[in-house]
Design a protein around this ligand. Sequence first.
Ligand SMILES: [Zn+2]
Length: 449
Amino acid sequence: MSLYTSLCSSVLFPLHEALKKHSTVRVRKAMERSQWLGVDEIRQAQVKDLTRFLTDIGQHVPYYRTLFAALDFNPGQVTSLADLARLPLLDKPTIRANLDKMRAEDAEGLARFNTGGSSGEPLIFYIGSRRVSHDVAAKWRATRWWGVDIGDPEAVIWGSPIELGAQDKIRLIRDKLLRTHLIPAFEMSQEKLDGFVARIRQIRPKMLFGYPSALAHIASHAEKHGVAMNDLGIKVAFVTSERLYDYQRDKIQTVFGCPVANGYGGRDAGFIAHQCPEGAMHITAEDIIVEIVDKQGKPLPNGELGEIVVTHLATRDFPFIRYRTGDMGILSDKACACGRGLPLLEEIQGRTTDFVVARDGTVLHGLALIYVLRDLEGVDAFKITQDSLDKTSVQIVKTDAYRAESEQRIVAEFKKRLGDTVNVAIEYTDYIPKERSGKFRYVISHVKP
Ligand SMILES: [Zn+2]
C-alpha cells in the first residue's frame, strides 16, 4: 500500500466520514471481524439484530406500526429468520403508495433518492445516515478482500446519467482527494472509446469499477487497436448492476490483466453480495437477510431457484423489509475456501425478464438465444426482445463480415428453442441504445415466466 493510500484509508476518509456523522470506519472494522465467524454464529447475530430492528420500526415507523397491529405481529417474539415470512413482501408500488408513512418519525437528515432502481422502474425512497455508513463499509470491506483500499486510484466507468446527478461539489473534492476518477460513458462511439482507453492509461488505476458491458466494450476496443492495458498495475475490476457474462469476464481479465470481482446490489436493495478472490459471492449478512421465494412469495430451501428478496437491517429510518429485487438466484449451503462464514449466493441468474418462455411454456434463460448470435461472424451488437409467446424480435448491428445465410440460421435456431410456429423478426440497425438506466440488456422478455 502506498503512503498516500494509507493516509487516505486511515486519516482522510475516516475524517470525512466523521464530519458527515457516519460510523463507516467503526462498522467496517466490526465487519472485518464478524466475517470470520461461523455460519451459526452469524445466523444467531442476524436473529438478534432482526428482533431489535423490527421492534424499533414497530415503534417509530407508522406504516409498520399499523401493519404489525393488523397482523397481530409482535417483533419481540421473533425467534428465527423464518418468522420474517409472516410479513408481506414489499414491492415498488407499495413504497410509492406509502412513501411518507414509511419514514421513521424520529428520522433526521434523510437523503432522498430518485433512481431507476435495480429493475429500471423509477423509485423514490429515503436513506438515513446509518444506512449510508453500512453500505459504504460493506463496499470498503469487499475492496480490501482484493488488496485495494480507499485512496488507491480508482477509475469509475459509469454508464448511468442518473448516478451522475448525485455528483455535488463536495463529492467532487472528496473524489479528488481519494483519487476516484469518474469516466462518464453513456456514449460508446469510436472516438469516445479512444478517449476512455487513453484516460485509463493516464490514471493507472489500482481498480476499475463499472458495468460489465461497459468494461468489456472498452477492453475489446483497446484490444482491437492493439493498445496494451495489462501493464498498468490494475489489481481488480469490480463489476456491478448487470449480469456478468462469461465472455465479458474473459475479455476484461485478458485485456486489463486483472481478475474480475462481481458485486450484486443496488441503491434501493443495498450492497447485497460480493465476490471474494476464491470466487464465491458472499452475502453482506451483518446487514442483509436474503430469502429466495417462489411465485407465491413462499420461501424456498437452499439450492432452489427463485426471486431474491432482501431485508436490510440498517434501514430503520426507511425500512426495506422483504423487498422484492426482481432478480433470480439460489442460496447455497456451501462453505467458501477463503474461510469467511458469510453465507453464499450461488448464482445470480439475472432479472425475471432475462428469461424467455418457449411456445410450450418451457422457461429458458436468455443465454440460450444469446449464444446463437454470439457465435455468428459479423454481428457487432444485438438485442433480443420477446414481445409475446408468438413473436420475438432481434435487432442487429452488422459488419461487412456478416453473411446473408446467417439470417436463416438465426431464425432456425430461435425456432428450435422457442417453437416452430414462433415469428422471428430480424431488423438491422446502426445503433442499439441502452436502457434509460444506462444499462445494457441483451435480452428482454415481456412474457412472464
Ligand atoms: Zn470466500
